[in-house]
Design a protein around this ligand. Structure first.
Ligand code: HEM
Length: 154
């Protein structure tokens, strides 16, 4: 699996590079909105669905806000800033209990979307690296029973 999920170490906020701006040029705004929409549809059916809006209208609004954000960071129009203001992503995620395990499920849903995504490999990797690293910043809750940061291979 090329799109590797890095192990989350408690409290770690790794350096993050924004996704390559060529991604937006290749996919267009509609392409980005489709990725975000497909991802929301998957998380909505996953074991972290409780974190996300339940009703269809609220889900559509969430898709809109999130895709506005991705379009903006990839060098597109600043829809997010106009509608929501400064990104402050970690602060906006603070009301939701995001554990390292929830992050993994969230990323697996992106791995699924990436399977059918047509994009040059270097751009796909840049997009993935951003998701993999920045998602660590959103982790704000540790479940001591489940959290196993180190893998020991005996
Ligand atoms: C690269 C990492 C991530 C980015 C860029 C991102 C981006 C966003 C954005 C732009 C929003 C909308 C904020 C607004 O209301 O203005 C949002 C909301 C939200 N995100 Fe994330 N997110 C990331 C990781 C995660 C992870 C790992 C989880 C949980 C496992 C998560 C759960 C949520 C939830 C529950 C909301 C609120 C409901 C919604 O509006 O969808 N996010 N995220």
């Amino acid at each position: 699996m090329k799109y590797k999920i890095s192990t989350y170490i408690n409290g770690d906020r790794p350096k993050v590079l924004l996704p390559d701006r060529e991604i937006l040029k290749h996919l267009g705004e509609e392409g980005i909105r489709k990725i975000v929409s497909d991802h929301y549809n998957l998380v909505h059916q996953s074991e972290i669905s409780h974190l996300f809006p339940k009703n269809a209208e609220a889900l559509e609004q969430a898709k809109l806000r999130s895709s506005d954000f991705f379009i903006q960071i990839m060098g597109g129009p600043t829809y997010y800033k106009e509608n929501r203001g400064a990104p402050m992503m970690t602060r906006r995620h603070a009301p939701f209990k995001i554990t390292p395990e929830a992050r993994i499920v969230w990323l697996i849903c992106y791995q699924e979307v990436f399977k059918s995504l047509e994009l040059p490999e270097n751009l796909k990797q840049s997009y993935w690296d951003y998701l993999d690293k920045f998602s660590m910043w959103m982790v704000n809750t540790i479940d001591e029973q489940k959290y196993k940061p180190f893998q020991v291979n005996l």
